[in-house]
Design a protein around this ligand. Structure first.
Ligand code: SAM
Length: 242
């Protein structure tokens, strides 16, 4: 399908317009801030950090009370946008107010040791965008990422996960202002969507999740689920390595 490289290319191209095309951004901020405030100097990883704005809000609110802060993404375009954004705010610059480490890497091979982080963020359907040669393999990759994240959390640490809510999938999401569904390739019965972005002419993959699907994969990966909430088009889950 070439979906892996196409999905990466799409994120490279849409890095500058990404936030303006997402009408649900920010719906998870209160949860993130509330769990961060439970820690003294938490070490934080934003996996699939995209444009870096979650990192920016965390730094704005918690900067004197943070440990290591890392953003990892495989899209050079996204990381470039994140770096420019954080530089403008005075971070990640030559004389940083607080240093954020931005790493280009793959969520399937995260370059950190076990038990490195107090909080790991996997937001705005990054988990559902992890693509593979087949939909079945993509499901396997999702489980692998959740298991690897579990291993990277310190005991007591939290995964904050937001994914697209399949119950809220509507015709605008399927073929709307920005995307058109490729029906021949997609499997709507399993919420595996391949859509083409009109502006860039690129096909990309996203899996949408039902609430009843999320809990079993988190349990299989070893987590306890602390809370789950449906918010607008997202499911927001807090899971713990207890
Ligand atoms: C839907 S965006 C979400 C970005 C950000 N977390 C947010 O909430 O705005 C998904 C991000 O995950 C990244 N991504 C997708 N698959 C990845 C992988 N296998 N490894 C690393 N990053 C990945 C994309 O480049 C993109 O920046």
């Amino acid at each position: 399908m070439g979906l892996i490289s196409n999905t990466t290319r799409l994120f490279d191209f849409c890095a500058d317009t990404y936030l303006s095309e997402d009408h649900c951004w920010g719906g998870d901020l209160d949860t993130i801030h509330s769990y961060l405030s439970q820690f003294d100097k938490p070490d934080v990883l934003d996996l699939g950090c995209g444009t870096g704005w979650h990192l920016a809000t965390i730094l704005l609110r918690f900067r004197s009370r943070l440990g290591t802060v890392v953003g990892l993404d495989y899209s050079a375009g996204m990381l470039n946008t994140a770096s420019n954004y954080l530089n403008k705010l005075g971070w990640n610059s030559e004389k940083p107010r607080y240093e954020v480490t931005l790493i280009r890497g793959n969520a399937l091979a995260i370059p950190f040791r076990s038990r490195s982080f107090d909080i790991i963020l996997l937001l705005n359907n990054t988990l559902g965008n992890i693509s593979a040669p087949t939909f079945k393999e993509a499901a396997g990759y999702r489980l692998k990422v959740l298991k690897d994240v579990f291993d990277l959390l310190k005991p007591g640490g939290y995964l904050i996960l937001t994914v697209y809510n399949a119950d809220k999938l509507d015709s605008e999401d399927i073929s709307g202002k920005h995307f058109r569904l490729d029906r021949g390739i997609s499997d709507l019965s399993n919420f595996d969507l391949v859509r083409t972005h009109y502006k860039y002419g690129i096909q990309f993959y996203s899996h949408w999740f039902t609430e009843s699907e999320v809990a079993p994969i988190l349990f299989t990966a070893g987590y306890s689920i602390i809370e789950t909430e449906q918010r607008r088009k997202r499911i927001v889950v807090v899971a713990q390595r207890s």
